[in-house]
Ligand binder design. Structure first.
Ligand SMILES: Nc1nc2c(ncn2[C@@H]2O[C@H](COP(=O)(O)OP(=O)(O)OP(=O)(O)O)[C@@H](O)[C@H]2O)c(=O)[nH]1
Ligand SMILES: [Mg+2]
Ligand SMILES: [Zn+2]
Length: 299
């Protein structure tokens, strides 16, 4: 059997690229549906290519096996990503709660989060960059500023992607496709924001994987709403905030949710300016969502 990577999936057909760069359009074996597994862009698979039939028509080839995944992301749906590139920009206005959620999901899946602030050429970009660096200072996530338009800091971004399977995610219109075009000489469709808002549609409709030497990048359609895709125990949420770690053991209560408990060392650290207040505020929003989902989990 041949081995390759799913680079696109559309209407029940999967395009698989093998080591030599050849592409095969395949169907997935029925057993996957029975097992409730969907093949995802980024999946390493074993496959049998289609056989040419007499009238020159191709008989379908098949995805036979999905090899063990390093990571699984459901929003966007992709497999084996090692670096989740969270793309934001001064316009459309950054949704920091979305950034926080993406960061949590990436950590949960063992992906490294990287915040890329695109459109550094726009007014207000410097301020956005400064704010992001302040907010995420203790969050163990690198923040880079780049302009797809001017090419400023392009090499800096490329260097951080080397050796990884990097998925570009984030709101529609932040310039994910434009940035990939600029970084790697691609020719992906891009679209202006006003048209997106009018049509309420993404320019990029499907995830797609590209390979450039030792970098693999996946472009995905942007989104604005992101539910916590999996219900998890609210007490685990705090573990996704590296900036809480130094204080966590000093809370009066154990476990402490760092919600409104008396003697909470994390709340104190935020009051003292050691934890960014906006990060804590959004943590409280997510904690409330998490608690609600946890209570409703058997409904
Ligand atoms: N000024 C400026 N505009 C940019 C930059 N990068 C992208 N844009 C513009 O932003 C708009 C959206 O770009 P896209 O690349 O289509 O955005 P996207 O994130 O791929 O959007 P979806 O595919 O809908 O998720 C386009 O009008 C781009 O020209 C940049 O660095 N500076
Ligand atoms: Mg796009
Ligand atoms: Zn606490």
């Amino acid at each position: 059997m041949n081995e390759g990577t799913i680079v696109r999936g559309r209407g029940g057909f999967y395009t698989v690229r093998d080591q030599s760069g050849s592409e095969f359009v395949l169907r997935a074996k029925k057993k996957f549906r029975r097992q409730h597994i969907s093949p995802l862009v980024g999946d390493r698979v074993l496959f049998t290519p289609g056989q040419g039939k007499e009238e020159g028509k191709e008989e379908d080839g098949w995805v036979e096996e999905i090899l063990p995944r390093v990571s699984v992301c459901l929003r966007p749906p992709v497999a084996n990503v090692t670096v989740l590139c969270i793309v934001a920009a001064p316009a459309p206005a950054p949704d920091w709660l979305l950034v926080d959620k993406l960061m949590i999901f990436s950590r949960k899946q063992g992906m490294k989060p990287l915040l890329i602030l695109n459109k550094s050429d726009l007014p207000g970009a410097e301020e956005t960059f400064r704010l992001a660096k302040e907010m995420y200072a203790g969050a163990e996530m690198e923040v880079v500023s780049v302009s797809a338009q001017s090419g400023e800091q392009a090499e800096e971004v490329r260097s951080r992607l080397r050796g990884g399977v990097c998925c570009f995610s984030g709101q529609s219109g932040v310039g994910k496709s434009t940035l990939l075009n600029a970084l790697f000489g691609l020719n992906q469709e891009t679209g202006d924001i006003s048209r997106k808002i009018q049509r309420g549609k993404n320019t990029t409709r499907h995830a797609e994987l590209f390979t450039f030497g030792d970098v693999q990048v996946i472009d995905t359609p942007g989104f604005s709403l992101l539910e916590m895709d999996e219900v998890f125990d609210p007490v685990l949420l705090r573990d996704y905030y590296p900036e809480f770690a130094p204080y966590q053991d000093q809370c009066r209560f154990s476990p402490c949710y760092h919600g409104s408990e008396p003697g909470c060392a994390v709340l104190r650290a935020a009051r003292d300016g050691a934890i960014h207040p906006a990060r804590l505020e959004r943590y409280h929003t997510l904690l409330a969502d998490c608690r609600q989902a946890w209570r409703d989990r058997y409904d």
